[in-house]
Each structure stands twice: as structure tokens, then as C-alpha cells.
Write a protein that binds this ligand. Sequence first.
Ligand SMILES: CC(C)(COP(=O)(O)OP(=O)(O)OC[C@H]1O[C@@H](n2cnc3c(N)ncnc32)[C@H](O)[C@@H]1OP(=O)(O)O)[C@@H](O)C(=O)NCCC(=O)NCCS
Length: 147
Amino acid sequence: MDNILISKMQDEDIEEALLTEQSHNIHILSKNILKEDIKNKNYNYLVAKNNDGKIIGYIGISYVLDSADIISIVVHKDYTQKGIATLLLQEIFAFAKENNIQKIMLEVRRSNLPAQKLYEKHGFKQIAIRNNYYDNTEDALIYEKEL
Ligand SMILES: CC(C)(COP(=O)(O)OP(=O)(O)OC[C@H]1O[C@@H](n2cnc3c(N)ncnc32)[C@H](O)[C@@H]1OP(=O)(O)O)[C@@H](O)C(=O)NCCC(=O)NCCS
């Protein structure tokens, strides 16, 4: 896709960013959590905007010293499989390099094959499984990428 602008999430972006979750009928973060997180110096949230300035995806990480965790990455359902998540991840990889972050970790539901494929394509390796982690019924797969 052309002319996708990646920028730091601002207060005024929060509601639109959360619509990307709603487009998949999922609820990962709340308005209040995002409001706090984007002010925290150990978090980095980015949004992807299309030509019209519409928010079509976001990513959030937390980081301490040389290690980061991906909290969430979501692309609006109408804009998936166009490389938007890839752009968001690439921006985070660049940020990680600039900030001497050596490894990035994340967890993903066993059933979420699109996300697993995305992470594997970008060099994440599955390193552990947390059994029944989600709602006591679904396993979490733990992935790590060394930079
Ligand atoms: C997972 C998600 C972020 C992918 O976003 P995206 O913008 O569609 O991803 P990209 O277009 O950058 O795709 C990059 C790679 O991811 C994989 N991928 C993405 N969507 C896929 C799908 N539906 N099926 C299989 N692989 C998929 C492919 O390997 C793809 O590379 P390819 O295009 O060369 O095949 C998006 O589907 C989403 O928002 N899902 C709901 C939220 C979610 O599950 N987030 C992750 C929580 S851990």
C-alpha cells in the first residue's frame, strides 16, 4: 500500500486505534490503559495511517533495558494482508536497534495462525508454551526475536 504514515500514538488517536480491534471483534486494550501507556517512557505505541489520515493499525511495546515485549499489534480487518503489520514491526525493529534492545518477546494464542505466520516471517522463534494461559483453556505460544 502507498503512503502509509507511521507515527507515535497520541491521545486523540486512541479511540480510532481501538476501532481496529473492534473490526476483528476482539478486545485487547482499553481506552484508559492506552491513555496511561502512551505517557509511560517504557512504552512505545505507533499508529499506521492511510492517505486519508485514517488509523488502520497500531502496535505497542513495553521495554526495559535490553528487552522488549510486544503488547499488541492489530491491523483493521479491511486493510489486512497488505503489509501494514510488516511496516509496524519494521518500525519497531528500527526503534529497538536505536535503543540497544537485544530481544523482543510476545505471546500469541495457539489458534492465531495469521499472527504466528507474521511473526515467523519476521524472524521470531517459538521458545515456550504456556498451557491453558488464555481463559484457562487456550495455550499461549511464546515467541522471541534476537536483534
Ligand atoms: C495478525 C495481523 C496483525 C496481520 O496483519 P497484516 O497487516 O495483515 O499482516 P501483513 O500484511 O504485514 O502480512 C505479513 C505476513 O503475515 C502472514 N499473514 C498475515 N495474514 C495472514 C493470514 N490471514 N493467513 C496466513 N498468514 C498471514 C503472512 O506470512 C504474511 O506474509 P505474506 O503476505 O508474504 O504471505 C492481522 O491479521 C490482525 O490484526 N489480526 C487480529 C489481531 C491479532 O491477532 N493480532 C496479533 C495478536 S498476538
